[in-house]
Write a protein of this length. Structure first.
Length: 210
């Protein structure tokens, strides 16, 4: 089993809960070939005109700029990592109601028609990654699971909509740690309980059929 862990927080585990979730998963996963793709450590130029310029120059044979070469290489590296995985683990925080910009760039790289999805002759979306499974590990200091706050949560919900809804991956497990900043008196208990769930998910992964 090839497991790709997309790590999307560069804060130390002593300060960031989602970083501790990542470390806990890595410490407890067994019986799998595990690779980490750290989106903060990778050279990942933002998705934009540089990429479209690079595509054009690639077809015409024109000389590319440094950033155009870098973004093509970065996009391919992200796609290669995702292609090789049987299970993809996303470990990330909720920052300002959404995902970190570097994780958004990773998603932008692999969100590609003909690669992760396509449209059929009737214009209907077809998932192209139904052979892969996903584990979501996310932390948020506030409480966003209530009916009032849930519509504001655009981090875990976004990842699920993309990898599950568009790419077609099966969401195996989801562990959310929330409320530790909103309820500091219960923070230690909230975090410990969440990390136990992460450890269980990691330990049980080898028992799953991929």
């Amino acid at each position: 089993m090839n497991v790709l862990v997309v790590k999307a927080n560069n804060r130390p585990a002593s300060e960031a809960v989602s970083s501790k979730m990542y470390e806990t998963f890595i410490e407890n996963v067994k019986g799998a070939n595990v690779t980490t793709f750290d989106v903060f450590a990778e050279d990942m130029p933002y998705f934009g005109q540089d990429l479209f310029n690079a595509f054009g120059k690639l077809q015409s044979g024109e000389e590319m700029t440094d950033v155009e070469k870098r973004i093509l290489a970065a996009k391919q590296k992200a796609k290669d990592a995702l292609s090789a995985a049987d299970v993809v683990v996303f470990a990330f925080p909720l920052w300002n109601l959404t995902i970190p910009a570097t994780l958004q760039t990773f998603i932008d790289y692999v969100y590609e028609a003909g690669y992760s999805f396509k449209y059929d002759e009737n214009g209907q979306l077809v998932n192209l990654m139904t052979d892969k499974k996903v584990i979501i590990l996310s932390a948020r200091g506030g409480v966003y699971s209530t009916p009032e706050m849930a519509p504001l949560e655009m981090s875990a919900n976004y990842i699920k909509n993309v990898v599950g809804g568009v790419f077609g991956m099966e969401i195996m497990e989801e562990v959310i740690i929330e409320g530790h900043n909103a309820m500091p008196d219960k923070a230690e208990e909230i975090i410990e309980e969440g990390l136990r769930k992460v450890a269980d998910v990691a330990s049980n992964l080898a028992l799953q059929t991929v």
